[in-house]
Ligand binder design. Structure first.
Ligand SMILES: [Fe+2]
Length: 449
C-alpha cells in the first residue's frame, strides 16, 4: 500500500515531493490516513474516520475481467453532494454528434501554433475544440481540443461525463489535482484522466498549451504486442498513478460538468477532491513518452505507424480503432536501400497530428510545435517535396533522429473541423503547396534511378 497526504491550498503544495504508484491497470491501493482503507471488504457498515464508501465504475459492471475498470473511494462526502447543475455555455467547445452542421472539407489541413490568448483564463475557459467525430451520446468517436490556459483553476473543478481525456502538454507544466490524488505533468509526458473523475488543473508556469483527445469510446488501453513478445512499446510499469491526497476544505467552489455535449455548472460548499483513501484500477495515469521502447525495421522498408501506438481505444471491429494515440519519438533510422521518411499514402483511418517539440521528419517546415495537421480518411499525404528530394538521394548510413516528439490521434471516423478551426488565422491556406514541387520523374527507361 502506498500512503498519501492531505492537500494544502493549491498554491502552496509545490514543495511536496510527489509520490506515485507504478503500473498500468494494476489493482492500486493507497490511503492518506493510516487505516482508512477497509480490509477484506469494500463497503463496511461504518468506514474508518467517518468516511463514506463510493464506487466509481469506468466500465459496465459486467465488462470482461480483462477490461473491467472500477475504483472504490473512501471520502469525506459522497460526490452526490454537488449542488444543482445549471446549463452554461462555452464559445469554443464542441462535441461529436451535437453540432450536426459541421462538415469536413476534402482537403489536407494544417494549422500554425495555436496562440494562448491573454484572455484564455483557466483550463476550462481556454478549451478550444479543433475537430470532432462520432457521437458523444453513442459512446463512439472522439474530439480533439487544445487547452490554452493562463490561470490555475483554484476553486473550480471539472468533470467530463462524456469521455476520458488524454492530455498532451506542449507548453508549460500542469498539476492535476484529481479525486485519486495529484499528478505533475510536463511537456514530453502525457496525462490520462478517467471519464467522470473530478479534477482541477493548476499551472506552475502560469501558462499552459497542449492537446487533448477526448475519447467517447472504450477506455484507452495498451495495445497487444503480438510476436514482439512480453515487453516493448509502452511498458506497464512506466505508467504512474497518484497516491491518495485529499482536501478537507469548505467555502465556495464551482463544479463544471460536461454532459451530453453541454456544460453545466454547480456551486458547491466544499471541495470535491475529498477522497482520503482508494483502491482499484480506474485511475489517472501519467506517462513519460521518453520511456517508449521504439521498435522498427533493422533491414529494409518502413513499418506502418501502428508500430508506435502508445494507447488504443478499440471499436467493436477487431483491429479498427475508435482512437489510437501514436507517438513519433527520437529513434535510430537504419533501413538500407529504403526511402526512410514516411511513405506517400492514403489511409482509411483519419489522422490528426501534433508536435510537442522539434521537427517532424516529413514536414521540417510549416509544421511547428503547438500546431497541427489533419489528414482525413483517404486524403493523400506524405513528405514535403524538399524531403522527398533529399531522402531519395541520401546516404543511408545509420542516423539518429533526435530532439523531436510528434504524435497522432488516429480514428476510424472522419474528423470534422469546428468553425473555429476553419476560420482561425492559424489555418494555413497554402498547406498543399508543400507538395507542389513533386515533379514527374518517370522516363519510361527501366534503368532510371
Ligand atoms: Fe499519414
Amino acid at each position: 500500500m502506498v500512503t498519501g497526504y492531505s492537500i494544502a491550498l493549491p498554491s502552496s503544495d509545490s514543495a511536496l515531493s510527489r509520490a506515485y504508484q507504478s503500473g498500468f491497470g494494476n489493482e492500486h491501493q493507497t490511503e492518506a490516513l493510516a487505516g482508512a482503507l477497509p480490509v477484506g471488504q469494500r463497503s463496511p457498515q461504518r468506514v474508518a474516520y467517518g468516511l463514506y464508501a463510493e464506487q466509481f465504475s469506468g466500465t459496465a459492471f459486467t465488462a470482461p475481467r480483462a477490461s473491467n475498470l472500477r475504483t472504490w473511494f473512501y471520502r469525506i462526502r459522497p460526490s452526490v453532494k454537488h449542488g444543482s447543475f445549471q446549463l452554461t455555455d462555452h464559445p469554443r467547445l464542441a462535441s461529436g454528434g451535437v453540432e450536426r452542421s459541421l462538415t469536413a472539407p476534402a482537403a489536407q489541413l494544417r494549422w500554425s501554433p495555436f496562440d494562448v490568448p491573454t484572455s484564455a483564463g483557466d483550463f476550462i475557459d481556454g478549451l478550444t475544440t479543433i475537430a470532432v467525430n462520432g457521437d458523444v451520446s453513442m459512446n463512439t468517436g472522439l474530439a480533439v481540443h487544445m487547452y490554452l490556459a493562463r490561470e490555475s483553476m483554484d476553486d473550480r473543478f471539472f468533470v467530463n461525463a462524456d469521455g476520458e481525456m488524454l492530455l498532451v502538454p506542449q507548453l508549460g507544466r500542469i498539476r492535476a489535482h484529481t479525486e485519486c490524488g495529484i499528478l505533475d505533468v510536463a511537456p514530453g509526458e502525457i496525462l490520462l484522466l478517467p471519464r467522470g473523475m473530478a479534477f482541477r488543473i493548476v499551472l506552475p508556469d502560469s501558462i499552459a498549451r497542449g492537446y487533448i483527445c477526448e475519447n467517447y469510446g472504450q477506455a484507452f488501453r495498451l495495445p497487444e504486442r503480438g510476436p514482439v513478445g512480453s515487453d516493448g512499446f509502452a511498458n506497464e510499469r512506466d505508467f504512474l498513478a497518484p497516491v491518495a491526497a485529499y482536501e478537507d476544505r469548505e467555502g465556495t467552489f464551482q463544479l463544471t460538468m460536461k454532459f451530453g455535449g453541454q456544460l453545466f455548472a454547480a456551486e458547491m460548499d466544499h471541495s470535491p477532491i475529498d477522497v482520503v483513501a482508494w483502491w482499484g484500477n480506474c485511475t489517472p495515469y501519467k506517462y513519460d513518452l521518453s520511456r517508449y521502447t521504439v521498435i522498427g525495421t533493422v533491414s529494409v522498408d518502413h513499418p506502418d505507424p501502428s508500430i508506435y501506438t502508445v494507447l488504443t481505444s478499440p471499436s467493436d471491429t477487431a483491429g479498427v480503432a475508435n482512437a489510437d494515440f501514436v507517438v513519433f519519438p527520437p529513434r535510430w533510422m537504419v533501413a538500407t536501400g529504403t526511402f526512410r521518411p514516411p511513405p506517400y499514402h492514403r489511409n482509411i483511418m483519419s489522422e490528426f497530428m501534433g508536435l510537442v517539440h522539434g521537427e517532424y521528419v516529413a514536414k521540417p517546415d510549416g509544421f511547428l510545435p503547438g500546431g497541427a495537421t489533419l489528414h482525413n480518411s483517404m486524403l493523400p499525404h506524405g513528405p514535403a517535396d524538399s524531403v522527398f528530394e533529399a531522402a531519395a538521394s541520401a546516404d543511408l548510413s545509420p542516423e539518429k533522429l533526435e530532439g523531436t516528439l510528434a504524435f497522432m490521434f488516429e480514428s476510424r471516423y472522419v474528423l470534422k473541423p469546428t468553425e473555429f478551426a476553419l476560420t482561425t488565422s492559424a489555418l494555413q491556406q497554402d498547406y498543399a503547396q508543400c507538395w507542389s514541387g513533386l515533379r514527374k520523374q518517370f522516363s519510361g527507361d527501366a534503368g532510371h534511378d
